[in-house]
Design a binder for this molecule. Structure first.
Ligand SMILES: [Zn+2]
Length: 162
């Protein structure tokens, strides 16, 4: 049987998986309202991860870089997140990679030194010996689109699992 005969089957399986995430994996999306111990625990630890970051207004960095006559493009969201825990910093740095998109905006971020954090949609840059995280977006749930993906990418296992 040709391999291509399997493709529709593979597609159906993955589509089913995407539409019905297991409890504990989509606690800010489909299962945001679920209070089973796995979902509740996972929501709590993803919140904890983000709560451990300092938050600073992007304006501060903007003013600092203007003052130094260095131009630094900043992600759209007006707050930058600064991990403080040295293990988090190391682990996030390990996930950074070049921004791949080739639109004008992505190129300007890349040229300025911003990197992508795995496939989380989060941008990272080292500035004044601090690792800054930024989100180039607004108007949606960052926990669904970014922070829970970061938690997964970091491969942390702080949550209860069944
Ligand atoms: Zn649940």
């Amino acid at each position: 049987m040709p391999v291509s005969d399997f493709f529709p089957f593979i597609f159906m399986v993955s589509a089913a998986y995407l539409t019905t995430p297991a409890h504990g994996t989509d606690v800010f999306g489909t299962y945001w309202n679920c209070y089973c111990s796995q979902c509740a625990s996972r929501r709590k630890v993803v919140h904890r991860l983000v709560d451990l970051f300092s938050q600073i207004p992007s304006r501060w960095i903007e003013e600092l870089s203007e003052h130094r006559s260095e131009w630094l493009p900043l992600p759209m969201w007006g707050t930058l997140f600064v991990p403080k825990d040295s293990a988090d910093i190391r682990n996030i740095e390990k996930l950074t990679k070049s921004i791949e998109d080739d639109d004008e905006e992505s190129i300007s971020f890349r040229d300025a030194g911003w990197q992508a954090v795995a496939a989380t949609g989060i941008y990272a840059i080292e500035f004044d010996e601090e690792l800054l995280l930024g989100i180039h977006g607004a108007g949606y749930n960052f926990y669904v689109q970014h922070w829970s993906k970061l938690y997964d990418a970091l491969d942390y296992r702080w949550h209860e699992s069944i």
